[in-house]
Design a protein around this ligand. Structure first.
Ligand SMILES: Cc1cc2nc3c(=O)[nH]c(=O)nc-3n(C[C@H](O)[C@H](O)[C@H](O)COP(=O)(O)O)c2cc1C
Length: 208
């Protein structure tokens, strides 16, 4: 029985969000196909996600070298570490997120910063950083209104590429993806593009 973490990085309702549509369809199908699994939903737009600020950084650093933390440092280090531990404890992780301003929502970036800890998700070596997370299967559900998979905007895609690069840095090199793109660029095709993505999300959920 797997421990599965579903991360939603969009606060809009499904009627107004393609990535949330993908998320809900995936969750519904996964739950139906895997009744015995433990499923945890993390809604990053409802979660307590203080900025990765100097106090949090100082707390995490002091902790790593065994120094005493102030009360505020300890509180903030605990926030980051609790999300990190939840991520590390999952056998499978599903992340749903939009491309906004060519990138990801700030809440998701903050969350990924919490996970990015030397000695926990990666380590430094003389050959460069090496990922430490090798026991996890990941699905990425991404929506972007323009076309980025090829063509002139390909280099501007810093949403899915960013998340994939961070996961590679952690040692997770083979996430599966469902991408809906181009629905704003071609409104006449939007319904079909979204429906095809939702269908792919359902199919992937049933075999993930
Ligand atoms: C704040 C915001 C910024 C956006 N920035 C871009 C952008 O840079 N490029 C683009 O192609 N689409 C952009 N879009 C359109 C989204 O990529 C599109 O709505 C996509 O469906 C986002 O996922 P969602 O529907 O789950 O929110 C933006 C939308 C919003 C709300």
């Amino acid at each position: 029985m797997a421990n599965v973490l579903f991360i939603k990085a969009n606060g809009l309702p499904a009627e107004r969000s393609v990535s949330v549509k993908l998320y809900e369809e995936f969750l519904k199908n996964y739950t139906a196909s895997n009744a015995g699994d433990t499923i945890t939903e993390l809604d990053l737009f409802q979660a307590d996600l203080p900025y990765y600020d100097a106090t949090m950084m100082s707390g995490l650093y002091k902790e790593s070298i065994g120094e005493t933390l102030t009360q505020d440092e300890a509180r903030l280090a605990k926030v980051a570490n609790s999300y990190l531990e939840q991520f590390l404890a999952a056998d499978k992780v599903v992340m749903a997120f939009p491309l906004w301003n060519f990138s990801i929502p700030a809440q998701f970036l903050t969350y990924l910063f919490y996970l990015n800890q030397a000695g926990k998700t990666f380590k430094y070596t003389s050959e460069g950083p090496v990922g430490l997370v090798t026991n996890k299967e990941v699905v990425l559900l991404n929506a972007r209104g323009g076309v980025y998979s090829d063509g002139p905007m390909a280099n501007w895609e810093m949403s899915l590429n960013y998340v994939k690069n961070i996961l590679t840095h952690f040692g997770i090199t083979n996430p599966q993806t469902v991408i809906v793109e181009g629905h704003n660029a071609a409104p006449d095709q939007a319904q079909d593009l979204i429906a095809a993505g939702v269908e792919k999300a359902a199919a992937l959920a049933n075999k993930f």
